[in-house]
Write a protein that binds this ligand. Structure first.
Ligand code: PXG
Length: 465
């Protein structure tokens, strides 16, 4: 077979897919029974599948298509760059204009003195860079024993061995020999699920102070860095109580621990500022970037690095890099994406228009009997599903059972809304109009109603305790 086109019948495409394509984070046997949804095109915030359904993509792909689908300028930028210089590397004292221009632009946009960028092809690769970079930093400072990186349970930092070890997904650790040594995890600031009888404020402080306890337990002279997402994305859009981040910053400063902010989801406008670190008012030494950097139009990631860290790392050869570090086509696409974001004031639109509007509508979902808390930061949001909102009870069914049912109704209503366990999450394109927000909320509410009726019918509206 030479050509696979959009014109084959869906069932045929699904059969070919099941026969040869291994999907990420998917049970392939389950998938081949059901058949994958085949997406054929997209425009703005709307996907079209092979059956002609028009689906509102409230996840922006995988949290990445920030400026929306179908922007010709990005296709043109890629084509132009492919004609001029489709590939050259940035190893061995060479460079090229797209990498130079993008590095300069990023230095201008990044907060503080994060003036340097080490390019990668993805967020996972960039976090692998960070892992090696912070250890090499302390090594060059004459403290090679400072090698432990502290992270959080339920964090997501990527899927490679290094970044998956940094992450705190136990299901991932169970496969393939992770975590690697010298990664230590503390608890996440998820008040709804884990806050017990504490107030959110006290709980936020308690969770931040776990960092201090871990540093003291491991030994200050052993800890290299703390890594965290400003808002946990894949973990369920977990937004820490207000007391959390100031305390984390205090502890990092006190013990001279490098702070790595993983901005792969939060970066590039998602939280209503260019970076989530600005929203949370923290001063990272390193930021991981990817996804929204190119709005997902080309695979690219990187590590934004402070003057201090860059100067220490630069004092010796850093034996690290990827074939596609600073890939010229990906850099050209990212530059065009950032140009559009600036010219169209996308971050201002999020801050002043879209996010306040979405917040009001999203929080109104808490009047639904299935919805406990609603959390939102800029254009990333979650709701906790619960059989009993007054007690913050979990469902008696296995975690994720109810979330999955709700997600299936969302799909049926042409809305891509994800579930993480029994939390429903959204992260739509930043350019979503207020009319499209209305449609999103309408479809979400309808799906919640259907889910509620189904749970009642199946006897699943039962609390775990
Ligand atoms: N850090 C964060 C905070 C992420 O969200 C990565 C690193 C890794 O990036 P790459 O480009 O290597 O995938 C991510 C990626 C999900 C989901 O199901 C989330 C991600 C990726 C795939 C699925 O929520 N985040």
């Amino acid at each position: 077979m030479n050509q696979i086109t959009n014109h084959l019948p869906t069932a045929e495409l699904q059969a070919l897919d099941a026969a040869h394509h291994m999907h990420p984070f998917t049970s392939n046997s389950e998938l081949s029974e059901k058949g994958a949804r085949v997406i054929t095109r997209a425009d703005g915030v709307t996907l079209t599948d092979s059956e002609g359904n028009q689906i509102l993509d409230a996840m922006a792909g995988l949290w990445c298509v920030n400026i929306g689908y179908g922007r010709d300028e990005l296709a043109e930028a890629a084509a132009r760059q492919m004609r001029e210089l489709p590939y050259y590397n940035t190893f061995f004292q060479t460079t090229h204009v797209p990498a130079i221009a993008l590095a300069n632009k990023l230095a201008e946009l990044a907060p503080g003195d994060l003036n340097h960028v080490f390019f990668a092809g993805s967020g996972s690769e960039a976090n692998d860079t960070n892992l090696r970079m912070v250890r090499q930093y302390w090594n060059l400072k004459g403290k090679p024993e400072k090698s432990v990186i502290i992270s959080r349970w339920n964090a997501y930092h990527g899927s490679s061995v290094g970044s998956g070890s940094l992450g705190g997904m136990k299901g991932m650790h169970a496969q393939g020999g992770m975590p690697i040594p010298d990664i230590h995890h503390i608890d996440q600031p998820d008040w709804w699920s884990e806050g017990g009888d504490m107030s959110p404020e006290d709980f936020g402080l308690e969770r931040a102070q776990q960092l201090e306890e871990a540093i003291l337990e491991l030994g200050e002279d052993r800890v290299a860095a703390f890594i965290a997402e400003p808002v946990q994305g894949a973990g369920g859009v977990i937004i820490a109580p207000d007391t959390y981040w100031p305390e984390i910053q205090r502890i990092c400063d006190k013990y001279e621990i490098l702070l790595i902010a993983d901005e792969v989801i939060c970066g590039f406008g998602r939280t209503g500022n260019w970076f989530g670190s600005q929203t949370m008012n923290i001063r990272p030494d390193i930021m991981t970037i990817a996804k929204g950097l190119s709005s997902g139009y080309a695979p690219i990631g990187g590590s934004m690095v402070s003057d201090e860290v860059a100067s220490v790392i630069g004092s010796d050869e850093f034996n690290h890099g990827y074939t596609y570090s600073g890939h010229p086509v990906a850099c050209a696409v990212a530059l065009e994406n950032l140009r559009i974001m600036e010219e169209e004031n996308v971050v201002g639109y999020v801050r002043d228009v879209a996010a306040p509007y979405l917040k009001e509508k999203w929080e109104s979902l808490t009047d639904h009997p299935l919805v406990g808390e609603a959390k939102i930061s800029g254009m990333m949001a979650s709701i906790a599903l619960t059989p009993s909102e007054n007690t913050r009870a979990k469902f008696a069914s296995d975690a994720g059972t109810v979330g999955y049912i709700c997600r299936e109704f969302c799909f049926g209503n042409n809305l891509i809304m994800r579930h993480v366990g029994d939390r429903m999450v959204i992260s739509p394109p930043l350019v979503l109009t207020t009319d499209e927000i209305d449609t999103l909320i309408e479809r979400a509410r309808k799906s919640l109603d259907q889910c509620y009726a189904k749970l009642k019918e199946d006897g699943l509206l039962v609390a775990a305790f």
